[in-house]
Design a protein around this ligand. Structure first.
Ligand SMILES: Cc1cc2nc3c(=O)[nH]c(=O)nc-3n(C[C@H](O)[C@H](O)[C@H](O)COP(=O)(O)OP(=O)(O)OC[C@H]3O[C@@H](n4cnc5c(N)ncnc54)[C@H](O)[C@@H]3O)c2cc1C
Length: 432
């Protein structure tokens, strides 16, 4: 049995990011991917990567190849009952943009960087099937390779980056907490749609949602996420329903002249799901730890970022273990402490977002603080900047809903109302 510092299960966004950053510390990493193809990618995605992921994308050396491959620097306009809310240019406080780039382009580029990183052994076509345990800790994995050839690998840390249906989490007995999602989802890709200045657009129709995302290679992703009350009628004629839904969008795209590329995909039930991100000797990153309603386009950014937080917390402890002569127990304690730091960071960064996304998934319309903030964002650029800083997950829920933000939005709305209020009739001049 070969032993590595780290074994990562899953070579998609979270797994490749974790593997690259850990290997750059001089650690040995086995990266196991179930798919045998280096060019494999996740097709069920609308590929909107929030700007909060830009710093780690740049750190990975992924930004330049993405741009070369035609990734679109994203910005979005949102249709609400108060009118369009236009995302302003970012200020210096936050990353300037995220990317719209098809997973068909992104996943192989990222996996290529991982494969070329010294210290990483990429095992394609290897599905993790079991965990090796010793003294209450996870110490490695078993996997099945091409033609069913078994593989046993030891590791100080095993990382489950194997997505929403994580086998690693199931093998470790880590249960997910789920909460309902009141909407279903269909998406299709088109070539030849007007590109609207390369801006993405999203419609909140209360309760239904839709969006268009221009991507690389002239492809625009069109997605709809209607409330489940309309599911039976929608499913009776999926293609027709999709086209009618998009045609009815205010200022929506004209699908008729565009070429459809590939099949329509979607789901009818996608509960939000969260798992505790650590166990002794084991960490979960990306969707394996948190997988929420995709209408907010956050999963890829959370995958990049959670992998980065794991590296920041556990990387130094793993790197120090090589020179630590205090014995196995001390090294295990140091790693456990580091994993607790990762779990706390994961919670601190994402629990507010996950709470809000879960809450919205179960309702049809906006709550009053959202109404105040959204209506103000339609009327005032600074309020819009805060709204998009939150939507791109550059600020947390507490700041988004802070009394100061609500007060400012309230003032904007009051000024708007006063401007629109009818003026009292001018007094008639006295006769005679
Ligand atoms: C309809 C839809 C639209 C979405 N749109 C967006 C969007 O616009 N923006 C956004 O940010 N997010 C979006 N998401 C979410 C996003 O796709 C995920 O959050 C993201 O792919 C998570 O990345 P990951 O690396 O954690 O997992 P995944 O991308 O799911 O990768 C898991 C990897 O593990 C491998 N694997 C699985 N089991 C094993 C095993 N036993 N052994 C070895 N390997 C294994 C798989 O082959 C895969 O390569 C969307 C999701 C859906 C469903």
């Amino acid at each position: 049995m070969r032993t590595y510092d780290v074994v990562v299960a899953g070579a998609s966004i979270a797994g490749c990011t974790a593997a690259i950053l850990l290997a750059r510390r001089g650690l040995s990493v086995a990266l196991l991917e179930r798919s045998p193809q280096a060019g494999a990618y996740k097709p069920l995605c609308t590929h909107y990567i929030q700007s909060c992921a830009l710093p780690v994308i740049e750190r990975l050396g992924l930004a330049a190849p993405l741009e070369e491959a035609g990734a679109v620097r994203n910005a979005i306009d949102v249709h609400t009952r108060w009118g369009w809310v236009r995302e302003p240019d970012a200020d210096a406080a936050h990353p300037a943009h995220g990317y719209n780039v098809r997973r068909e382009t992104l996943d192989p580029l990222l996996r290529g960087i991982a494969a070329a990183t010294p210290g990483i052994d990429l095992h394609l076509g290897h599905a993790v099937t079991g965990l090796i345990r010793e003294g209450g800790r996870v110490r490695g994995v078993t996997a099945l390779g091409p033609a069913g050839v078994p593989l046993r690998l030891g590791a100080r840390l095993v990382v489950g980056a194997d997505g929403r249906a994580s086998r690693v989490a199931a093998l470790a007995g880590i249960e997910g907490r789920t909460s309902p999602n009141g909407r279903f989802f269909y998406l299709a890709q088109y070539r030849g749609l007007p590109r609207e200045g390369e801006r993405s657009r999203m419609w909140f129709l209360e309760p239904d949602i839709a969006y268009t995302f221009p991507n690389d290679d002239g492809i625009t992703v069109v997605a709809v996420s209607p409330a489940k009350a309309g599911l039976a009628a929608f499913k009776a004629d999926r293609e027709g329903s999709f086209a009618r839904f998009v045609r009815a969008l205010p200022e929506g795209p004209a699908l008729d002249g565009a070429e459809r590329v590939g099949p329509m995909m979607g789901f009818v039930d996608w509960p939000n799901q969260a798992r505790p991100p650590t166990r002794a000797g084991l960490a979960l990153v990306g969707d394996a730890a948190l997988s929420v309603d995709p209408v907010w386009g956050t999963g890829c950014a959370f995958a990049f970022r959670s992998a980065e937080w794991l590296d920041a917390a556990a990387g130094p402890a793993l790197a120090a273990a090589a020179g630590d002569a205090r014995g196995e127990g001390a090294r295990d304690s140091a790693l456990s402490a580091a994993l607790s730091v990762y779990a706390r960071r994961h919670r601190a960064e994402l629990s507010g977002h996950a709470f809000h996304i879960r809450d919205f998934a179960a309702r049809r319309s906006w709550r009053w603080p959202e109404r105040i903030l959204l209506s103000a964002a339609a009327r005032d650029e600074d309020c819009a900047r805060d709204l998009f800083a939150y939507a791109a997950r550059n600020i947390g829920l507490a700041r988004f809903l802070s009394p100061a933000a609500l007060l400012r939005a309230g003032r904007v709305n009051l000024a708007h109302r006063l401007r629109r209020a009818p003026r009292p009739e001018a007094e008639a001049p006295a006769l005679g």
